[in-house]
Design a protein around this ligand. Structure first.
Ligand code: PBG
Length: 347
């Protein structure tokens, strides 16, 4: 009677009264659920973006990203220690350039002693086993907040493609020299992946990888990130002449195809949750290492609900990350990385 598979009602049901096909059977016990699980989320899937600031022995919270902070370079190793111990494979470093170091051409991006280069050297020294990802784009360094340089055209200011690429190439080499393992161009200029690849190779950085932000949309979900960097208030206009229109899908495939042809080793779709369809299509079309960025606005949105007690922290965090795996991601850039890794290690 008490055999686990036996129906809980008394007596035999009338023939045909109940379904013979019962998908719930495989969900009945934790062990079958584990056996039939189609996707897994592990610490190996996580990349943690961090922010670094000038100064010493300081940690400044990001108001719109509860739980995330900006740290000075002397604290960056301590900041990353838990992530390294948990086995998070890679860290993405974002610098908060002081206003006085910004100019129209983003010159500070080429300084071998700029924030990201110092943080990279510090992290390589402390955790040689952790991969370092460097964002290549000029917005942290320009006083106008754009990812490239601005030139006058007949119709007004324009983020100039080829002049921008010339600077991005030098920025990439500067980061590689500081120990960045993965160059991640997030600028969306045409031809930048090929130009960066050629320059890295010419300088002997043949094994420096390129993870291109291949399908990056002109999104309202980057707001809290721009707060963290202080690049939001400064931004003149918008980024719609280089970042993609949220209405488009086919165009994302063309962008990915170009970046791969130009030498990208890994591609990224950004933002994350509102663009899972793009992620799925990219993975199915190209079958290359594909990443998603659960961006600042997605984190802010979830944290706001979590901190109000409207959503359950651990569950919603892991479910949102599993969504990326299900859609085809090989990994996710997420501000939840350390928390998620803790949960996943705890089982
Ligand atoms: C820089 C860059 C941005 C993000 C990553 N790299 C902002 C932007 O393009 O305006 C956003 C990341 C996030 O929102 O978490 N080009």
């Amino acid at each position: 009677r008490a055999a686990p598979g036996r129906i809980a009602t008394e007596g035999a049901p009338a023939p045909g009264a109940y379904p013979t096909l019962r998908p719930r059977r495989n969900r009945r016990d934790a062990w079958t659920r584990r056996l039939v699980a189609e996707n897994t989320l592990t610490v190996d899937d996580l990349i943690w973006p961090i922010f670094v600031i000038e100064g010493s022995n300081e940690e400044r919270p990001v108001a719109s990203m509860p739980g995330q902070v900006r740290v000075t370079v002397d604290r960056v190793a301590r900041h990353v220690e838990a992530a390294a111990k948990l086995g998070i494979p890679a860290i993405a470093i974002f610098p908060v350039t002081p206003a006085e170091a910004k100019d129209a051409e983003g010159t500070e991006a080429l300084n071998p002693d700029n924030l990201i280069c110092r943080a990279a050297r510090e992290l390589k020294r402390a955790f040689p086993e952790v991969g370092l990802i460097g964002d290549v784009a000029l917005d942290p360094y320009t006083d106008h907040g754009h990812d490239g340089v601005i030139r006058q055209t007949r119709s007004g200011d324009y983020v100039h493609n080829d002049d921008s690429v010339a600077v991005l190439v030098r920025q990439a080499v500067n980061q590689a020299e500081a120990g960045i393992d993965v160059i991640a161009p997030s600028d969306m200029m045409d031809g930048r992946v090929g130009a960066i690849r050629a320059a890295l190779d010419a300088e002997g950085f043949v094994d420096t990888r390129i993870m291109s932000y291949a399908a990056k949309y002109a999104s309202a979900f980057y707001g809290p990130f721009r707060d963290a960097l202080g690049s939001g208030k400064a931004l003149r206009g918008d980024k719609k002449t280089y970042q993609m229109d949220p209405a488009n899908t086919d165009e994302a495939l063309r962008e990915v195809a170009l970046d791969l042809a130009e030498g990208a080793d890994m591609v990224m779709v950004k933002p994350g949750m509102p663009y899972l369809d793009i992620l799925r299509r990219v993975k199915e079309s190209f079958a290359v290492p594909t990443f998603a960025y659960q961006v600042s606005g997605e984190y802010a949105m979830l944290m706001a609900a979590i901190n109000n007690g409207w959503l359950e922290r651990e569950r919603v965090m892991l479910e949102s990350l599993m969504g990326f795996k299900r859609a085809g991601a090989n990994g996710v850039l997420t501000y939840f990385a350390v928390e998620a890794a803790r949960q996943l290690r705890a089982g």
